[in-house]
Ligand binder design. Structure first.
Ligand code: TXE
Length: 508
C-alpha cells in the first residue's frame, strides 16, 4: 500500500459553476510519487503554483531534492528489473486500457484543472483532452507491432533474426503549454514498450499531472512503474537527465533547454527525443480560399494564446492578395473574446505566467523597434480580479520581413509576423530561412505547386489546405533545431525500444 492516501479529491470545487470562482485550493501541498509512496520532498521545500487568469496561488507543491530524484530513479529501475520488463503485451495493454477508462471518467475534472493552472479556455481544455483515452488505447493496441524479423543471411545453417526490447528507465520532462496531453503522449508509448518512467511536470503547471498520477494506482500499475517528481529544471530536471540509470530522456520544451538536456545526456550516451520550438509559416498563395486560410491563421494565434509549438506565427502572404487576406484576418481577430478561461464563451485566456507575458510584450516592442507595425486586436473582458491576470491581446506584426528577430525567434504568445512575397521561389526561401523546422501550412488550389512546396519545405510536418493538427496515430517531430526523433504513431513505440540482432548456427 502507498502511504498517505488522500481521502478525497484535492480539488474541492467540482462543479463548473463553482469553478467559475477560479479558486481551487488544497491546503496540503501536493506530494511526490516515488515507488509506492506519496511523500513530501526530503528537504521539506515547497513552491507555489498560480492561476494565470488572476495571479492567485492555486496550490503548494512539494519540491524534490536530489535524494528524492535518486530514489525515484531507483524505484523505476527496481520495478523495471524485477517485473515490468517481463510483463506480457496483454498485461501492459490491459493496464493502459484501464487508465484510458479512468481518464474518460475524470476527463471533465482534469480539463478544469488544466484550465485553472494553464489558463486555457475550458472549451479548449475539454476539446484537447477528448482524444486522450483513445490515444492510450491506441498504444495498448499496437504493442503487438513490436516484432522482429528473420533475415536471410549468406549461410543457410544460420538463423538470423531481430527482437525489439525496451530501454529501461525513461525520464519524461514536460512543458507547461499542454501538460496533460503531452504527458499522455509520452507515457503511452513508453509504458507500452515495456519501460518504466519518471515524469517531471513543468514547475509552472504541475497540477493536472498530479491529478492524473492518482489514476495510475487505481488503474493497477505496480509501484515504481510510474513516478512523479516536481521541481525546477535546473535542480530536479538536470539531476534526472544526468542520472546513470536513466536510459532515455523524452523532452518537450524550448530549444535552448533541449540543447542543455542533450549535452547532459551525452555523458553516458542516453537516447534523447527532443520536441522543441517552432516558428512555423502559413503560406497563402493568390489562388487560395482566403477565408479558410484566414480562419486557420486566426485559430493558431487564439488557441492556447499562441503557446503552441506548431502554431503558424509567420504569415507569408502573396502580394496581390495581401490586403484582402489581412482584412479577413483582422475582422476575425477583432471579434475574439479574451477573458475568463472558465467562461464557456471565452475564446482566448491569459498566457501562462507573468514571465511569459513580459517576454511576449518585450518581443512586441522589439518588433516595433525593428520597423514592423504591431496592431492589437480582440475584445478584452477583464473585470475584477482578472485585471491582475497575464493577458496579452492577439497581435499582428504588420510590415514584417523574414530576417527581423521578431520573425525569427519563437515568441510563444498570441503574436504573428505578417510578411509579403512575390512568387513561389521567394515563399520557399523565406519559409526555410529559420533555424526551426517543426510545421508548415500552405494554401493553394494548384496541386503541382502544393506538392513542389511540400517537398521543398524543411519541416517535419506539412499541411496543405488545412491546419496542422497533431494526432496520436501519426508521427510528429521536427527538422533542424525543432528537435530529434518522432513522437506519436508507430514511430513513438519504436523510439522507446532498442533492436537486437541474434544469430544462431543450427548446424551445431
Ligand atoms: O521552457 P523550458 P520554459 C519554448 C517557448 C518558451 C520557452 C521557454 O519558446 O517561451 O521555451 O519556456 C525543464 N534539465 N517552449 O523556460 O526551459 C523545466 O523544468 C532538465 C516550447 O518554460 O524548455 C520544464 O519541466 N530539465 C515548447 C521543461 O524543462 C530542464 C513548450 C520545459 O522548460 C532543464 C514550452 C534542465 N537543464 C516552452 N531546464 C514546445 N516545444 O511546445 C528546464 N527544464
Amino acid at each position: 500500500m502507498r502511504s498517505h492516501p488522500r481521502k478525497s479529491s484535492p480539488f474541492i470545487c467540482r462543479s463548473p459553476r463553482k469553478e467559475r470562482r477560479m479558486n481551487v485550493i488544497d491546503s496540503n501541498p501536493y506530494e511526490l510519487l516515488i515507488g509506492e509512496t506519496w511523500r513530501a520532498g526530503a528537504e521539506g521545500r515547497t513552491f507555489d503554483t498560480f492561476n494565470p487568469a488572476n495571479a492567485q496561488v492555486l496550490a503548494r507543491v512539494h519540491e524534490a531534492s536530489a535524494a528524492d530524484v535518486d530514489a525515484a530513479v531507483q524505484a523505476a529501475h527496481a520495478a523495471y528489473e524485477t517485473h515490468w520488463r517481463k510483463t506480457t503485451p496483454t498485461q501492459r495493454g490491459k493496464l493502459l486500457r484501464r487508465l484510458a477508462d479512468l481518464f474518460e471518467r475524470d476527463r471533465e475534472k482534469l480539463a478544469w484543472i488544466e484550465t485553472l493552472n494553464v489558463g486555457k479556455p475550458i472549451t479548449h481544455s475539454l476539446d484537447s483532452l477528448k482524444a486522450m483515452p483513445e490515444s492510450l488505447e491506441y498504444f495498448a493496441g499496437i504493442i503487438p507491432a513490436l516484432r522482429g524479423e528473420t533475415i536471410p543471411v549468406g549461410n543457410a545453417d544460420v538463423l538470423n533474426f531481430t527482437i525489439r526490447e525496451p530501454l529501461g528507465v525513461c525520464a519524461l520532462i514536460m512543458p507547461w503549454n499542454y501538460p496533460m496531453t503531452l504527458t499522455i503522449n509520452k507515457l503511452g508509448p513508453a509504458l507500452a514498450a515495456g519501460n518504466t518512467v519518471i515524469i517531471k511536470p513543468s514547475e509552472v503547471t504541475p497540477l493536472s499531472t498530479m491529478a492524473l498520477a492518482r489514476l495510475f494506482e487505481e488503474a493497477g500499475f505496480p509501484p515504481g512503474v510510474i513516478n512523479v517528481v516536481n521541481g525546477s529544471g535546473a535542480a530536479v530536471g538536470e539531476r534526472l537527465v544526468s542520472h546513470p540509470l536513466v536510459a532515455r530522456v523524452s523532452f518537450t520544451g524550448g530549444t535552448v533547454t533541449g540543447a542543455r538536456i542533450m549535452a547532459a545526456a551525452a555523458g553516458d550516451v542516453k537516447r534523447v527525443t527532443l520536441e522543441l520550438g517552432g516558428k512555423s509559416p502559413l503560406i497563402v498563395f493568390e489562388d487560395a480560399p482566403l477565408d479558410k486560410a484566414a480562419a486557420v491563421a486566426a485559430g493558431d494565434i487564439i488557441k492556447n494564446s499562441g503557446q503552441v509549438c506548431i502554431a503558424c506565427t509567420r504569415l507569408l502572404i502573396q502580394d496581390p492578395v495581401r490586403d484582402e487576406f489581412l482584412g479577413l484576418l483582422q475582422q476575425r481577430l477583432d471579434a475574439v473574446r479574451v477573458g475568463s478561461p472558465a467562461d464557456p464563451a471565452t475564446e482566448m485566456g491569459p498566457v501562462v505566467s507573468a514571465a511569459q507575458m513580459q517576454r511576449v510584450e518585450q518581443y512586441i516592442r522589439l518588433a516595433g523597434a525593428e520597423g514592423a507595425k504591431p496592431v492589437r486586436h480582440g475584445r478584452m473582458a477583464l473585470e475584477g480580479e482578472m485585471a491582475k491576470g497575464f493577458f496579452v491581446p492577439p497581435t499582428l506584426l504588420l510590415n514584417s520581413h523574414g530576417r527581423m528577430q521578431s520573425a525569427q525567434d519563437e515568441i510563444f504568445g498570441p503574436v504573428q509576423s505578417v510578411i509579403g512575397f512575390a512568387d513561389e521561389a521567394e515563399a520557399l526561401r523565406i519559409a526555410n530561412d529559420t533555424r526551426y523546422g517543426l510545421a508548415a501550412v500552405l494554401y493553394t488550389r494548384d496541386g503541382g505547386r502544393a506538392l513542389r512546396m511540400a517537398r521543398g519545405l524543411q519541416s517535419g510536418s506539412v499541411a496543405i489546405n488545412t491546419g496542422v493538427r497533431t494526432s496520436f496515430d501519426a508521427p510528429f517531430g521536427g527538422y533542424k533545431q525543432s528537435g530529434i526523433g518522432k513522437e506519436r504513431g508507430l514511430e513513438a513505440i519504436y523510439e522507446n525500444t532498442q533492436l537486437k540482432n541474434i544469430k544462431y548456427d543450427t548446424a551445431i
